[in-house]
Design a protein around this ligand. Structure first.
Ligand code: GLP
Length: 251
């Protein structure tokens, strides 16, 4: 059965980010009051930066992340934690270095795993997610080609965490930060569409004109491997938090 994700249009990216931070804050506090963990799936890219700044602000106002477990969606393959473009670095500089999360509760795929252990590594990443009881809330961005995590056009819906080849559009979009497309890794480790769909709630953030066309396509009824974000139409509790520019082509 498929159903379109709900979408909420906010006046600005800051408003959308505040709304999602507040939803996450409520989840984390509710779980803490029950003596339970909250399990968050986290994304990288420029889009969630304001969300993380907002979570840091909530922490400074008293929200504790000591009961939080996180799993990041993806990581470039062939680069180590210390690479300036690693998602490990990104997550620590935007979020983890500024909140009281236990280091052992942070999970980010390791891009420096040797080729012969990759399959086992991906399986163990997936098992760790399952062993926590599963992801309560998965944050997503969207690539201009409709990718979620690094599930690129053509991605099948039944894959769990795996190694994938990056799409030319993704490589082009990452070229600036890597100082040229020739420096962008060609492969990545990513949670699969199946992993993402197993999260209890999914919220996709998209901001700016450049995302308007793909958001319109992703929110048009019809699931296609060519636009992996359309797989969210198979999820019972998914939402798009958009600014007005990203929502410009919606009715
Ligand atoms: C990368 C990440 C995705 C992210 C996408 C969009 O490819 N792997 O998870 O959604 O970029 O990035 P941005 O938010 O910068 O547009």
């Amino acid at each position: 059965m498929s159903q379109l994700p709900t979408h909420h249009v906010f006046p600005s990216p800051a408003d959308a980010s505040e709304a999602l931070a507040s939803e996450i804050g409520d989840l984390v506090s509710r779980r803490a009051s029950e003596g339970r963990h909250a399990v968050l799936g986290l994304a990288t890219g420029s889009t969630p930066i304001r969300l993380y700044a907002e979570l840091v602000r909530l922490h400074r106002q008293g929200l504790s992340f000591s009961n939080v477990i996180t799993f990041n969606l993806d990581e470039y393959l062939g680069i180590g934690r210390d690479h300036p473009e690693s998602y490990w670095k990104f997550m620590h500089s935007h979020l983890f270095d500024h909140i009281d999360i236990s280091r052992e509760n942070i999970h980010i795929p390791d891009g420096s795993i040797s080729p012969d252990s990759l399959e086992d590594y991906c399986d163990s990443y997936e098992r760790k997610i399952t062993s926590t009881g599963g992801i309560d809330l998965q944050v997503l961005g969207i690539g201009r080609n409709g990718h979620i995590g690094f599930n690129e056009p053509g991605a099948l819906p039944d894959l769990t965490t795996h190694v994938t080849e990056l799409n030319p559009v993704t490589i082009r979009d990452a070229a600036n930060s890597f100082g040229g497309s020739e420096n962008v890794p060609s492969r990545a480790i990513t949670m699969g569409v199946k992993t993402i769909l197993e999260a209890r709630r999914v919220v996709l953030l998209a901001f700016g004109h450049a995302k308007a066309e793909i958001v319109q396509r992703a929110l048009t009824p019809g699931i296609t491997t060519e636009v992996p974000a359309t797989y969210l139409q198979l999820h019972g509790d998914s939402a798009y938090f958009l600014d007005e520019e990203a929502a410009a082509r919606l009715d």
